[in-house]
Design a protein around this ligand. Structure first.
Ligand SMILES: Nc1ncnc2c1ncn2[C@@H]1O[C@H](COP(=O)(O)OP(=O)(O)OP(=O)(O)O)[C@@H](O)[C@H]1O
Ligand SMILES: [Mg+2]
Length: 225
């Protein structure tokens, strides 16, 4: 993958397959290419070389006008939450469902359910500014999952959170994963990756240098516990 006008490859020779229902961390130091991978999967960028297939669809074959529909397959969460500041927690989640044409009756039924999964039932009427960072990220997660997409991508979801709150967010990601969602988390939060013991895909300077299951942030030497 080469960005326009950039003279170096942001990614090269990357190949991995994330099966349905998997939970994988995408790690690597700053500039390694994690966000570029997520942007490619979201079809915000088109790969300059190679093939990306998501849920059976070759992303280079999707027409521009189909992109918004393709993206409905993927819930996305960012480091900075990106909530609508003048809408309540309930309305932030409901809005994601309105824009895809969900009937009001269904929205009113489903928002409380999803808020309960993320543990925010008692904050439905709060504004984002009245919530802690961890709570705001939980709203962002609820919104990302509101339309029950098969895939959830989180780009540095705990970047602004303390360790305890980060683990809570990971618990929720795991809960959605247990409900069948395929999860990909780009992060450099070592402690979180170590605690979760999931698949680790490691990039360094645009190259894939490790793809390991039940792994920690740092490669363990053999025999090491
Ligand atoms: N829009 C862009 N145009 C040109 N180059 C870009 C663009 N976005 C990213 N890059 C470059 O691509 C490479 C990978 O960047 P990327 O944002 O994917 O890294 P990252 O692993 O997400 O880093 P971080 O941990 O800081 O978020 C870097 O060399 C970066 O400078
Ligand atoms: Mg990034």
């Amino acid at each position: 993958m080469v960005y326009d006008k950039a003279n170096k490859n942001a990614l090269e020779h990357i190949s991995f397959d994330i099966p349905k229902g998997d939970f994988a961390f995408l790690i690597g130091s700053t500039g390694a290419g994690k966000t570029t991978v997520t942007r490619l999967i979201l079809r915000e960028e088109l790969a300059t070389k190679g093939t990306i297939i998501v849920d059976g669809e070759d992303l280079s074959q999707i027409k521009k006008r189909q992109i918004p529909f393709y993206r409905r397959k993927i819930g996305i969460v960012f480091q900075d939450y990106k909530l609508l500041p003048y809408k309540s927690v309930f309305e932030n989640v409901a809005f994601a469902m309105e824009v895809v044409g969900t009937p009001k009756r269904n929205i009113e039924h489903m928002v409380p359910q999803i808020l309960s999964i993320v543990g925010l039932s008692d904050k439905a009427e709060s504004l984002p500014s009245q919530l802690s960072g961890g709570e705001q990220q939980r709203v962002a997660l609820a919104r990302a999952m509101a339309n029950n997409p098969p895939i959830l991508i989180a780009d540095e979801p705990t970047g602004n959170l303390d360790p305890a709150t980060s683990y809570e967010i990971m618990d929720i990601l795991e809960r959605f994963n247990n409900l069948g969602t395929t999860v990909l988390v780009a992060t450099h939060a070592k402690d979180v990756v170590d605690k979760m013991q999931k698949r680790v895909i490691e990039l360094s300077d645009g190259k894939l240098i490790r793809d390991e299951r039940n792994a920690r942030y740092l490669r363990q030497s053999r025999g090491d516990k």
